[in-house]
Design a protein around this ligand. Sequence first.
Ligand code: SF4
Ligand code: SF4
Length: 310
Amino acid sequence: MELIENLTKALGIPRWGTAPLDRCGPYLPCRGAELLNQRHRTVICFLFPYFTGEMPGRNLSRYACVPDYHRVAGGMLRQMAESLSEQLPGHEFLPFVDSSPIREVRAAVEAGLGCRGENGLLIAPDYGSYVFLGEIVTDLALPPRQPPGGHCLGCGKCRRQCPGRAIGKDGILTERCLSHITQKRGELTEEEARLLASTGIIWGCDRCQEICPMNQDVKKSPIPAFYQDRVERLELPVTRGEVRGRAFGFRGPGVLRRNLRIMEGKKADTRGEYSFREGGVRLEDSSDHEGGCGDGSAVGNLTQPEQKDG
Ligand code: SF4
Ligand code: SF4
């Protein structure tokens, strides 16, 4: 444990914890599930806070404004796994960022990193829900760390302020969540487009985070990489170069162009109506995307695809 503590400090990761792997399932259907087996015992969970200050002009969700967390957090965890493998030969250390079959929010709660909010997100002391999650799965049986306490206030503000009314008592209605809708390929329905246009955000949606009392006065991220090369807004035309290396890059520019056109349709029509083609707003260049196991789906995690849970 001391070794992990020293490595996290050296890499600048502010919080970590451990959880028994068998308390973090059932596994999600993902390519990463094939990497896990009976020998694996422990999930080492890591927090990567990404709040870097207010950005009043942004039209992207906060997590999408900072450099791609897959690269930032993934790079740190790969280094960590390599160091652990060198110093503890004979043991396995598998790093995951948004590609893991583990229910990440559940694992992070088990690891004592925070509580699960009514909005489905992990809420961490000091950093709120503006955190990316990452894990290293190992065959070492590490003792669990003590939970820091804390719990969702149950105030219901996130539920009442959700534009899509996607937060229910039994979980999240993914199809109504704007984090999911803004990432969808193809045409959006009229209802989906109306929801998207109502927020001013073309990728993701931070409403249930911004309204959360537990996200007020959060600390800024201690990770320097999140302050470099931030992008707060995108405008038409969106180029491939603008999306490359960003959290939304896996979809390519086409989905963002479609969303921007929906926004512009709203502005252009003083009656508040949209200029839809029959059947919805069309994504013209639907070939403009790249796939991926961690596909950024908001299932259970809303605005932060890295917070994956069921
Ligand atoms: S991100 Fe939160 S507020 Fe926005 S639509 Fe999804 S559940 Fe609702
Ligand atoms: S807004 Fe209230 S109910 Fe929702 S996650 Fe935050 S504290 Fe919990």
